[in-house]
Design a protein around this ligand. Structure first.
Ligand SMILES: Nc1ncnc2c1ncn2[C@@H]1O[C@H](COP(=O)(O)OP(=O)(O)OP(=O)(O)O)[C@@H](O)[C@H]1O
Ligand code: SF4
Ligand SMILES: [Mg+2]
Length: 340
């Protein structure tokens, strides 16, 4: 049984617009699963629904199971026990999780006392352990400090410690490295990788940045216009890409330009729920579109074992003669670090 199973999820808001449509995602213990896509593709809405948070006024169809239990049919009380203990979430801005007027120790211990039932002394000791775990120097004195004393990267580590307080089986990390500089970003990616190895925790890692995804994720789901465009192992999706949108994202990477490859921005605007073209939502921006792309929504098909893409044309099914396959092995992956 998977830890998280999002099964054919659609989220409908007033006015009959779909925020996401027919999305299925699975996450197993110890895995780092990426969700990528441009702004507005539905990454956060999908993740928030995994915690039972539907946008106000929205309705859903499909199922979201955490450890086999459907969170969409849970009572508010049941949901509260799932959040934090089974699933926890960290956001781009660590101050979303941290209170600026309370010291770190008060915030961490309150969490531990409420959710874990620890006494004051035990909660304080566990809080210091958590800070140690996320590599905050001098945890004991850090507990008495306020969030503003720490750099952005350190605050993000503390927000992760807060999320880890109740030993969640699944951590959802939504753009948590986006605002950080490259070195600090690398430290946070290392931290997540270490934590999943040490604790067996699974991570859903959300970012629009495929170069970062390449470093951290085992499997990847690419979303466009509220639907899945492509999914599979990170190697297959990035190096044997089958969907024109994924390929367009790769060609738009600045890291490619730094290596002398042409940087090709994706033309046009991303699809939003109130500007959703009929047929394949990517069709106005797709250089491979044919007439039927304007009317027919392409099905997500399994093209190779475990590798899915939703494109009726499948232009990279077999590379045209002379075409060079894309290779975005821009940074060594974590498992390669370990092997070398
Ligand atoms: N409560 C809501 N009511 C109406 N539209 C919403 C609501 N919540 C989100 N949306 C819209 O749904 C779409 C998907 O939003 P979501 O936040 O999941 O995007 P995202 O992929 O996380 O984008 P970003 O990279 O900018 O964070 C967006 O167009 C957003 O404006
Ligand atoms: S279905 Fe058509 S428009 Fe959509 S990605 Fe494939 S070729 Fe492009
Ligand atoms: Mg988002």
């Amino acid at each position: 049984m998977s830890l998280l199973e999002v099964d054919n999820l659609s989220i409908l808001i007033r006015g009959g617009r779909n925020l996401v449509e027919g999305v299925s995602i699975t996450v197993n213990a110890g895995e780092i699963v990426g969700i990528a896509g441009e702004s507005g593709s539905g990454k956060t809405v999908t993740a928030m629904t995994s915690l039972g948070f539907l946008p106000a006024g929205a309705t859903s169809t499909g199922e979201v199971r955490v450890n086999g239990v459907d969170v969409l049919s849970m009572t508010p009380k049941q949901l509260q026990s799932v959040r934090g203990t089974e699933v926890a979430m960290v956001f781009q801005d660590p101050m979303t999780s941290l209170h600026p007027m309370l010291n770190i120790g008060t915030q961490l211990t309150e969490h531990l006392r409420v959710h874990k039932g620890l006494g004051r002394k035990a909660a304080w000791a566990r809080a210091a352990e958590l800070l140690e775990m996320v590599r905050i120097p001098d945890p004991t004195s850090a507990l008495t400090a306020f969030p503003h004393r720490f750099s952005g990267g350190m605050r993000q580590r503390i927000a992760i410690a807060m999320a880890l307080a109740c030993d969640p089986k699944l951590l959802i990390a939504d753009e948590i490295t986006t605002a950080l500089d490259v070195t600090v970003q690398a430290g946070i990616l290392d931290l997540l990788d270490r934590l999943r190895k040490e604790t067996g925790m699974a991570v859903v890692f959300i970012t629009h940045d495929l170069a970062v995804m390449n470093v951290i994720a085992d499997r990847l789901y690419v979303m466009y216009g509220g639907r899945l465009a492509e999914s599979g192992s990170i190697g297959e999706v990035l190096n044997s890409t089958r969907h024109p949108y994924t390929r367009a994202l790769i060609e738009a990477l600045p890291e490619g330009a730094a290596l002398g490859k042409a940087l090709v921005p994706i033309p046009g605007e991303p699809s939003t729920p109130d500007r959703r073209p009929s047929g394949c939502a990517f069709n106005p921006r797709c250089t491979f579109a044919v007439e039927s792309c304007r009317t027919d929504v392409p099905e997500l098909r399994e093209l190779e074992p475990g590798h899915f893409a939703a494109c009726a044309v499948d232009p990279f099914g077999s590379l045209p003669e002379g075409a060079i396959p894309l290779d975005i092995s821009l940074a060594p992956r974590k498992d390669q670090h370990v092997a070398s």
